[in-house]
Design a protein around this ligand. Structure first.
Ligand SMILES: [Zn+2]
Length: 459
C-alpha cells in the first residue's frame, strides 16, 4: 500500500533529511521547501532517469539549458503577459484569499458560466467563515523583477513561468546546429516560477519548482500520431520506475477547457492521498508558439525538408513534467508501513517498520556497508569496501547500533542493498548482501561486489 496520508510523508521527509521547510529557522516562507542530503540525491536521480529516457537513449532528442530570465518580448509573444492569470477573490470578513475558479468548481459552476451570468459569484461565500467575497480580480502569476539598477517599466523582466519558451526561442539555433531532421525534440530541465495564489500539498504545488519539459517538433498532420506516442511514454516511464499502474490514469481535457495554444491536452494523473491530480501533461501546442515568436522577433522559424524541399512551421507535442511532483509521487508510491515489523531481531519486534521501496535507479543511497563490530579488522575492511563502491555510487558506512536497527534505518530511506562485514569476512573474503524488498541474504566475494551490484542496480 502506498502512503495514505501526507502527514506520514512530510514527517518521514523531515525526519530523514529528504525535505525541510524553506528558511526553516525563520519560520519558513510561502510554501518553499529545501531538499536535504537525501532529497537532493533522490531529485538528482529522478532528473537523471528522465534525461536518460528522454535524451541519452534517443537519437531524436537533444538537450538544452536556457536562461531563466528571458527577453520580455518572449512573454508578450507566448501570451503569458496578457493571459497567464488566475481569478482572485478575498473574503471581506476573514481576509482569506481564494481562487474564484476553484470556489465555483466546488459548487459545480465554472468561470465560463460566469461570463454569461455575472451574478453567479454572489452565490458563493467564503468557505472558511461564510463571509462575503470581493469582486474577482485577474492576477498575473509571473514573478516580476528588474534588470539593472533602474526599477522602471523599461527594465522589467520576469522569472520564467515555464521552461518551454526557452526551447521555442532556441528552435532556429538547434535547427541550424544539431544536424537533426524532423521530427526531433529539445528537452530541458530547470526552475520555473509561478506566483500561485494557493500553493499546497507539500511539494505538489509550490511557487518555485523544477520542470522537465520536452518539445517534440513534427510535420503538421503527423501531430496526432506523435501525441499518442508521447502519451503512452509518460505512463510507461513511471511504471518502469516502479509506480503502480493502477495508481496512474489519463485525464482528457474537454475541448472547451483547453489552453489558447492547445489542440489537445491529456494529463497523466496519479492517485495522491488527497485524490487524483495532474502529474504529467501532454499538450499538442500546434504551431502556435513558433508562429508567435516568428511574428514578434521577425525571424524565420520554419523548417525546410531537404529531401522534399517542403517548407513549413512544425507542430509541437509537449510532455511537461514537474520534477518536484515526480519526487513526491515516488515517495508516496514507495512508502510502506509494516505493522509489528518484519525483522527477527528482538529490539525491533512489534514496532511499525517503514520501508521505502524506491526503484534502485532513483534510490538516494544504493548500498550501506555495515561491519558487525566497531573494531578492526572488520571496520578497516568495511571502510575499504565503502571507498571502492563510492567510486561509482552513493553509499553509506554505518557502524552505530545493532545490525537490525541499521537495516531498518536503511529500509526507511530506500537503500536497496545492505552489505554486512562479519567475523568470517577476514578469512573467506566474502560479505553478506541483504535485499531490501525480499530480505534475502547472499554471500558475495568482495572482489565480485561491484559487478554484482551493477547488475542488480542497473545503473
Ligand atoms: Zn472568510
Amino acid at each position: 500500500m502506498p502512503a495514505d496520508n501526507m502527514e506520514k510523508i512530510v514527517a518521514l521527509a523531515k525526519r530523514r533529511g529528504f525535505l525541510f521547510p524553506g528558511s526553516d529557522i525563520y519560520g519558513g516562507i510561502g510554501s518553499t521547501y529545501d531538499y536535504g542530503p537525501l532529497g537532493v540525491l533522490l531529485k538528482n536521480n529522478v532528473r537523471q532517469a528522465w534525461w536518460r529516457a528522454m535524451v541519452q537513449s534517443r537519437e531524436d532528442v537533444v538537450g538544452l539549458d536556457a536562461a531563466i530570465i528571458m527577453h520580455p518580448k518572449t512573454w508578450e509573444a507566448s501570451g503569458h503577459l496578457a493571459g497567464f492569470t488566475d481569478p482572485l477573490v478575498d473574503c471581506k470578513k476573514c481576509k482569506k484569499r481564494f481562487r474564484a475558479d476553484h470556489l465555483l468548481e466546488s459548487k459545480g459552476l465554472s468561470m465560463k458560466g460566469l461570463k454569461e451570468k455575472p451574478t453567479l459569484m454572489s452565490e458563493v461565500k467564503c468557505p472558511e467563515c461564510g463571509g462575503e467575497l470581493t469582486d474577482i480580480r485577474m492576477f498575473n502569476l509571473m514573478f516580476k523583477t528588474f534588470m539593472g539598477p533602474l526599477e522602471d517599466a523599461a527594465n522589467t523582466v520576469y522569472l520564467r513561468p515555464e521552461t518551454a519558451q526557452g526551447i521555442f526561442v532556441n528552435f532556429a539555433n538547434v535547427r541550424d546546429t544539431a544536424r537533426k531532421r524532423l521530427p526531433f525534440g529539445i528537452a530541458q530541465c530547470g526552475k520555473s516560477f509561478r506566483n500561485e495564489i494557493t500553493p499546497g500539498n507539500f511539494i505538489f504545488r509550490t511557487r518555485e519548482f523544477e520542470q522537465m519539459e520536452m518539445e517534440y517538433f513534427c510535420k503538421p498532420g503527423t501531430d496526432e500520431e506523435t501525441f499518442e506516442y508521447w502519451k503512452g511514454f509518460m505512463m510507461d516511464w513511471f511504471a518502469g520506475l516502479g509506480v503502480r499502474r493502477d495508481s496512474l490514469r489519463y485525464y482528457e481535457h474537454p475541448k472547451e477547457d483547453l489552453s489558447h495554444y492547445s489542440k489537445r491536452t491529456v494529463d497523466l494523473e496519479y492517485k495522491f492521498p488527497w485524490g487524483w491530480a495532474e502529474l504529467w501533461g501532454c499538450a499538442n501546442r500546434t504551431d502556435f508558439d513558433l508562429k508567435q515568436h516568428a511574428k514578434f522577433s521577425g525571424q524565420d522559424l520554419s523548417y525546410r525538408d531537404d529531401l522534399t524541399n517542403e517548407r513549413y512551421v512544425p507542430y509541437v507535442v509537449e510532455p511537461a513534467l514537474g520534477l518536484d511532483r515526480a519526487v513526491l509521487t515516488f515517495l508516496i508510491d514507495a512508502y510502506e508501513e509494516i505493522d509489528g515489523g518484519r525483522s527477527t531481531t528482538t529490539e525491533s519486534n512489534k514496532e511499525v517498520e517503514t520501508v521505502l521501496r524506491l526503484h534502485p535507479a532513483i534510490a538516494p543511497i544504493k548500498a550501506a556497508v555495515l561491519p558487525l563490530s566497531k573494531k578492526e579488522p572488520l571496520t578497516g575492511i568495511a571502510k575499504e569496501i565503502r571507498a571502492k563502491l563510492a567510486e561509482r555510487w552513493m553509499v553509506q558506512y554505518d557502524e552505530v547500533a545493532s545490525v537490525g536497527r541499521r537495516y531498518r534505518r536503511q529500509d526507511e530511506i530506500g537503500t536497496p542493498f545492505c552489505i554486512t562485514v562479519d567475523f568470517d569476512t577476514p578469512n573467506d573474503k566474502k560479505v553478506t548482501v541483504r535485499d531490501r524488498d525480499t530480505m534475502s541474504q547472499e554471500r558475495v566475494a568482495i572482489d565480485e561486489l561491484v559487478g554484482y551490484l551493477a547488475l542488480k542496480l542497473g545503473v
